[in-house]
Design a protein around this ligand. Structure first.
Ligand SMILES: C[S@@+](CC[C@H](N)C(=O)[O-])C[C@H]1O[C@@H](n2cnc3c(N)ncnc32)[C@H](O)[C@@H]1O
Length: 242
């Protein structure tokens, strides 16, 4: 096996494929894909500009991630989407334009107010409060969603995921964003002084042990230029509720 892979790695034309430096090509590849796949969208452009003008941080999903969420919503045929973390409503707009009624939870009144301006005319309700206060209320009302998108604070990811599963219909999906930065921030993965990789229990193991779902981890290289000069290692978990 190792011999076979070494042989492939030495094959002219393929040698360049096995090069760690290729991650640096991400901005160029992303630019190409954006030019090919992302169609003009006045509502999203306005939401982004209005959010920045109103002082919100530029931490909405990136254009290709937004496209991914749109495709996913259509694939699932999601008619109802629960979102944890509204910000200025950028991703809410994506779900609504993909055909879903959106319920979004936001802890900041300022963010909620800007989001309400941005989502005007779309089927989006925004619930103000901390997700861990609002989610049990939705469960008490027996609400169920086709898809849940978790994109709030890093600290409560597992708790948000747990509630998301309770609030998702059987066969529906839960999308947990920003898994890698959370693991790095929490010291659940990283480099030790000797260069070896440190690994501790993280949301990945917790979800892996959760018999209510089947899950996959999708690593991505996020290109946040011009806000950050280097591409960032990220990844999301996509789970289907059994
Ligand atoms: C990354 S932003 C969301 C971006 C948004 N999904 C988008 O792509 O346009 C995270 C948002 O979650 C909100 N937030 C953070 N912790 C929260 C919590 N515990 N409950 C509800 N909202 C929270 C923040 O105020 C912020 O607006």
């Amino acid at each position: 096996m190792a011999e076979f892979l070494q042989k492939i790695a030495q094959t002219p034309g393929l040698k360049a494929v096995f090069n760690y430096e290729n991650f640096r090509l991400q901005p160029a590849i992303d630019k190409k894909a954006q030019a090919a796949f992302i169609r003009p969208n006045e509502k999203l452009d306005h939401a982004f500009k209005n959010s920045i003008a109103k002082g919100l941080p530029p931490i909405n999903v990136l254009p290709m991630a937004a496209q991914h969420l749109s495709v996913l919503t259509k694939l699932v045929g999601a008619k109802s989407v629960l979102e944890i973390g509204t910000l200025g409503g950028y991703s809410s707009i994506v779900f609504a334009q993909a055909g879903a009624k959106v319920t979004s939870i936001e802890i900041s009144p300022t963010h909620r107010d800007v989001a309400l301006e941005n989502v005007a005319g779309l089927d989006v309700e925004i619930l103000l409060g901390a997700a861990l206060d609002v989610l049990p209320k939705l469960a008490a009302e027996n609400r169920k969603f086709d898809l849940v998108f978790i994109d709030a604070d890093f600290d409560d990811q597992w708790e948000h995921f747990d509630w998301a599963v309770k609030l998702t219909r059987s066969g529906g999906g839960v999308f947990l964003d920003d898994v890698v930065p959370t693991m790095i921030k929490n010291g659940e993965v990283g480099f030790k002084a000797d260069g070896e990789v440190e690994e501790k229990r993280s949301v990945i193991e917790k979800i892996g042990e959760d018999g209510r779902v089947s899950a996959t981890f999708v690593p991505i290289v996020a290109n946040m230029r011009p806000v950050m000069p280097d591409p960032m290692m990220n990844g999301f978990i996509l789970a289907v509720v059994e």
